[in-house]
Design a protein around this ligand. Structure first.
Ligand code: OXD
Ligand code: MN
Length: 591
């Protein structure tokens, strides 16, 4: 396709790579050759990839990043529009001319001495009317290999680009990894992303956060659909009836665990469709349908074990499809086995351990051996509980949408919004404690609307309006639920979480089927204590009561924080949100 060739040539003239390599298969021999090369190629005092023990972890490799390039850099992530107002109060804005000049200056000769990989890829099933063909160029072989895992790459995408005559563009260069010259700049109107001087997944695998969320959410706003930071699951009850849920949660807050949940209640089955991103469209029947545009998992390693997520451990050990990369985990140097905090009891802590930077780990240092945001990149096809519906070009019809908070107080284990408008209000004002997935202090409560604060590609006030509008158009809408697995009592998590979360989902299904009444409280419908199935679980009734309780003083503070946050949107804030705030405030005053 001429437009693509011209664009690549144009970029090469600026970036000056020593060679241009087109990815045509993204698998098989081509991927093997890329890996062989990465095992030899130098990178910050070592190699790009190291081979791991192929017996427990077939087709698996280790990558160590630059030590200061280990998470998303939100303060260096920008939206560039003609009109500043389109970025809104929660995004960093850069004018188009300023951004283009900056990019040009930083890009000149940035790929000198390196190869430039051209990766055509498609987000979503190629046969889907909703999929989007894209092309990323990069000078990082680690990024090229990772893109082959995370997306459907190569000729399948190229064919679609030719057929549709257009593609979303991504330009990525490691440059010199200078942290002061790190920029991730999005041009939603032009469907272009430029990422310079970082090799970290969320900054550099452009199909993920940059395209499938930021560019796609803007596109969805213009075209009438939604791009969301959500997992998708299929839940089958003991009678064989299937239900579909999409669930949002902040980064590193259990989405991958919920996506691969292994239910503790007999007879229940959960199957995975995606762990991070959902594109939601209104189907011909008016229902909301969700699909996962990605083809792999880029999950947080620490805390993953056969206790917390047995299906993910099986996925990581499968090795059936493509290759698996572990980034910034620790390593048992004798057995070449990856290791991270929380992996016991699967793999007990080895006597000798190299930390995530490849140095001998001193257990008395008080520092973790694996980086808290260390990751695995693995094909979704290795997941033993992948739903066959993953390949459905239409997506799956949603019965419920779940919003998860990460809060040690205030937010109950679960509640259902009374209606769509109230659901949008709570989703828009959710707070979450920050995690290691982004640079900055961990554990601070910040408002993270729809878990999209770092990923919304346009003004969040317009995004709220868009959700409200979708609610007016859609028919048979999914119910909206809120969950918080992280509430603490006397310093301990009160709810056991992980596989036990099926008990909460069961209540949601009971609500969907009209079998559970719940109790109406100020914020919505909360389960009656006996409606949560606790069979086989040793949990004190008083702890369940605590998990479901609303504390007046905590909610007074919550509402005043919400008010401050909503003020930042000024007049752009939808009236429905203002009115819902007013009515909830009134309810709390009346008790
Ligand atoms: C991710 C994130 O990597 O949310 O999925 O940061
Ligand atoms: Mn995410």
């Amino acid at each position: 396709m001429k437009e693509l060739e011209n664009w690549v040539e144009e970029q090469a003239k600026i970036l000056k790579p020593k060679e241009i390599v087109w990815i045509s298969e993204g698998e098989g021999k081509e991927l093997e050759n890329l890996v062989t090369q990465a095992l030899k190629e130098n990178f910050i005092g070592g190699k790009v990839l190291y081979e791991l023990n192929q017996t427990p972890f077939p087709h698996s490799f280790l990558h160590r990043s630059h030590p200061e390039d280990v998470a998303r850099t939100e303060h260096r992530t920008f939206l560039s529009f003609k009109d500043k107002n389109l970025a809104g109060p929660t995004n960093n804005f850069m004018g188009i001319q300023e951004a283009k000049e900056l990019i040009y200056n930083l890009s000149k000769n940035a790929m000198e001495g390196r190869k430039m990989y051209v990766i055509p890829f498609i987000m979503g099933n190629p046969d889907s009317h909703y999929s989007l063909p894209c092309v990323q160029i990069t000078d990082s072989i680690y990024v090229a290999i990772s893109m082959c895992i995370m997306t459907r790459a190569g000729k399948v995408a190229l064919e679609k680009i030719k057929e549709r005559g257009k593609f979303i563009k991504g330009i990525h260069s490691l440059g010199n990894l200078d942290k002061d010259k790190k920029y991730i700049i999005h041009f939603p109107e032009e469907e272009l992303v430029v990422s310079l001087n970082s090799g970290y997944g969320g900054n550099a695998l452009l199909g993920k956060k940059c395209i499938a969320l930021r560019i796609a959410s803007y596109k969805g706003w213009c075209e009438g659909w939604l791009a969301e930071h959500m997992l998708i699951i299929e839940v089958e009850n003991p009678e064989g009836k299937k239900f579909y849920f999409a669930a949002a949660a902040p980064s590193a807050s259990g989405k991958t665990n919920l996506a691969l949940l292994s239910p503790t209640l007999p007879g229940w089955k959960v199957r995975t469709l995606g762990d991070d991103i959902a594109w939601i469209h209104i189907g011909d029947d008016g229902k909301l349908y969700a699909l996962n545009p990605e083809a792999g998992f880029f999950g947080v390693a620490p805390g993953t074990s056969s206790k917390t997520n047995p299906n993910m451990i099986k996925t990581l050990k499968s090795g059936k499809h493509l290759v698996t990369i572990f980034t910034n985990v620790a390593l048992d140097p004798e057995n070449l086995i990856p290791w991270w905090e929380g992996l016991e009891p699967d793999i007990p802590k080895p006597k000798k351990l190299l930390d995530w930077q490849g140095k001998y780990w001193d257990s008395s240092s008080g520092l973790p051996a694996a980086h808290p945001n260390s990751r695995f990149t693995v094909s979704i096809r290795n997941c033993p509980i992948l739903s066959p519906e993953y390949d459905n070009p239409k997506g799956v019809p949603l019965d419920g949408i779940i919003f998860g908070s990460r809060r040690s107080s205030t937010i109950p284990l679960v509640f259902e919004a009374k209606d769509w408008q109230t659901g949008i209000f709570f989703a828009a004002t959710m707070g979450a404690e920050t995690t290691a997935a982004a640079e900055g202090k961990v554990g601070i409560v910040r408002r993270d609307p729809f878990s999209m604060l770092p990923f919304c590609g346009y003004n969040m006030a317009y995004y709220f309006k868009h959700w409200l509008k979708i609610g007016k158009i859609a028919k048979n809408k999914p119910k909206i639920f809120f969950v918080n697995w992280f509430r603490k009592k006397d310093g301990y998590f009160v709810w056991p979480g992980f596989g036990e979360n099926i008990r909460v989902i069961k209540w949601m299904i009971d609500r969907i089927e009209g079998k559970a009444k719940g109790v109406e409280k100020e914020i919505g419908i909360i389960p009656k204590e006996e409606e949560i199935d606790l069979s086989g679980l040793e949990m004190k009734r008083e702890d369940v009561e605590f998990a479901l309780s609303l504390k007046r003083d905590e909610w007074e503070k919550e509402i005043s924080d919400i008010e401050v946050f909503l003020k930042s949107f000024g007049d752009e804030l939808p009236d429905e949100i203002r009115k819902t705030l007013h009515s909830i405030k009134k309810k709390f005053k009346n008790i």
